[in-house]
Ligand binder design. Sequence first.
Ligand code: DQA
Length: 145
Amino acid sequence: MTSILVLNGPNLGRLGTREPDVYGSGTLDDLRAVLVEDAGDDTIDLRQTDDEGELLRWLHEAADTGAPVILNAGAWTHYSYAVRDAVSLVTAAGGTVVEVHLSNPHAREEFRHTSVLTAVATGVIAGFGFESYRLALAFIRRNAR
Ligand code: DQA
């Protein structure tokens, strides 16, 4: 039995009411329920923060425990070298971090076309709504636990 961290960055606590045409109408609680259903005997530890330092500390925790991570870093994806370095310290130590996005950032504004995380993440899944997280979870359950 593995505990899988599902880490969500800024503004993702507003899912359900935040631009539902872009992000869907499901809430983070709905997402948690979907993932728990998929997780079998694995545990889903879903968290959200608007505080960058808190996300960094959760990634440090993953580096220490070896817990696989599904990460939606929200807008930090596009410019936070601190989050990138924290992702890197997990993956360089052999850990798994799957970068996910609900929307397809490449089909959106120019500033979203850059991810400073992808080069140090294990992989990236984007554009499938909650399915992005489900696909990441399926990968982790098959390959990284
Ligand atoms: C997002 C895409 C980002 O560009 C945006 O800042 C988010 C959500 C997504 O899941 O599609 O907050 O990561």
